[in-house]
Ligand binder design. Structure first.
Ligand code: HAM
Length: 418
């Protein structure tokens, strides 16, 4: 690359600029508030994990098999950038001894995740999730609880038109027999399925149900439904979860084809879409129960349920549906210093910062140009300092809205700004 070529951001990742942040901050704040209102505590786990930990999520999972950012560190360790948070949160739960106190442990995490996917709108290689996990209880009440948190977060972010899809995919007791039925159903149709689906038929037949290939669609209607083949405990849990969601006043549809892209799920699975949309790509939040993951990671078997929501997509929907957040000005007050008045300007700014946010314009520009910049920054007041005034410790304070201007001693400025 010639030296003159500026170096741009990596494909599929993006900057969140100051103008983008107000909407993000609003939904981040909503996330933390809703999670805390339900008694969830914040956890932060590393962005890098051992590849093996991530692989336990399931090797048939796209996020693991095709999209994982893997690398070797200088010590030859095989590491990965986390594609999701659940595997790391479960690891931290045991490593941090959180399994020893009262259960379940209610945790939330906000942070970046990485997937080497084809970049497109709503799909980035570095994206941000709210991750919510209740670990250490098999109660279906927690399935309903995390669904209520997801709905509450999206509502508080200003997205009220939501479609919730719900399904149960059974457990180790009932799923194997169901998968045999599913394979029996699909085997005679094999030649008519998409080539990728033909491969899935023996390896991961559940994924035939959420195939997006047009030629596979006609066969889904008559495929056996797992909710008709649940063992008694799974069927009880399925009924219980739906009763609780009804009682919470949350509408949902049963989507018998919803199986989710990660391999670790058992029983409840769910996805939230903006009303009117569909397709995996548009899910705003998604999750389910994963009673087998702790054991797959090598820890004692421990039931758990949770979800993750994508901030990138939530912010897109907020923007598209006209959610407005009043952006705070970069600074309430701008101090304009004449050349050579830097020390005085910095002192006046320090005094004003007791009550307001303050920026100083140190640039060598005309007063008129500085006033225009202050206006663009959204400043409510401007403080002007000249070589003649500074030694007397006075300045001119201008109210940008009314245009009124007065000479004020430095120590009186905070009162005027209150
Ligand atoms: P997931 O369905 O893979 O689940 O991702 C959850 C959400 O993250 C998606 O609904 C979407 O909003 C967002 N998301 C995923 N990939 C991208 C991307 N490339 N760009 C932008 N947003 C994206 C999980 O990650 C599970 N760990 C959820 C979970 C938690 N299950 C139990 N606990």
């Amino acid at each position: 690359m010639p030296r003159s070529e500026p170096i741009k951001a990596v494909r599929g990742v993006r900057d969140l600029l100051p103008r983008d942040r107000p909407l993000w901050r609003a939904t981040e704040r909503a996330a933390a508030e809703v999670a805390m209102r339900f008694g969830y505590q914040e956890i932060v786990t590393p962005i890098i994990e051992h590849v093996e930990l991530i692989e336990r999520v399931g090797e048939d999972t796209d996020a693991v098999s095709k999209e994982l950012y893997r690398f070797e560190d200088r010590g030859g360790r095989k590491l990965a950038l986390r594609p999701e948070a659940t595997a790391g949160v479960v690891r931290a739960y045991f490593e941090g001894g959180l399994n020893q106190g009262p259960q379940p442990l209610r945790l939330y995490l906000v942070g970046p995740m990485f997937r080497y996917d084809r970049p497109q709108k709503g799909r980035y290689r570095q994206f941000y999730q709210l991750d919510v996990e209740a670990i250490g209880s098999a109660s279906p009440a927690l399935d309903a609880e995390v669904i209520e948190i997801a709905a509450g977060w999206l509502h508080e972010s200003g997205i009220s038109a939501l479609a919730l899809q719900l399904n149960s995919i059974g457990d180790d007791v009932c799923r194997p027999a169901y998968l045999e039925r599913l394979k029996d159903y699909y085997r005679p149709l094999k030649g008519r399925l998409h080539a990728d689906s033909q491969l899935r038929l023996e390896r991961n037949p559940l994924r035939l149900l959420d195939s997006k290939f047009a030629q596979d669609q006609p066969f889904k209607v008559d495929a056996p439904r797992i909710t008709d083949h649940l063992c008694e405990p799974c069927a009880d849990a399925w009924a219980h979860v739906r009763r609780l969601i009804d009682a919470a006043g949350i509408e949902y549809v049963h989507n018998p084809y919803l199986v989710r892209g990660l391999d670790y799920y058992t029983r409840t699975v769910f996805e939230f879409y903006p009303a009117g949309a569909s397709g995996q790509q548009d899910a705003l939040a998604a999750g389910g129960r994963y009673d087998g993951l702790a054991e797959a990671e090598g820890w004692p078997s421990t039931p758990a349920v949770g979800f993750a929501g994508g901030f990138d997509r939530v912010v897109d929907v907020m923007a598209a549906s006209g959610v407005e957040v009043i952006a705070a000005a970069a600074a309430d007050v701008v101090v304009l210093a004449d050349g050579g008045q830097e020390i005085a300007a910095a002192e006046v700014a320090r005094i004003c910062r007791r009550v307001r946010s303050v920026a100083v314009d140190y640039e060598a520009k005309s007063l008129a140009a500085k006033m225009r910049s202050a206006n663009k920054l959204g400043a409510r007041w401007v403080v002007m300092l000249s070589a003649e005034e500074a030694p007397r410790r006075v300045a001119r304070l201008r109210d940008m809205a009314s245009g009124e201007q007065a000479e004020v001693s430095w120590d009186e400025v905070p009162e005027r700004l209150a």
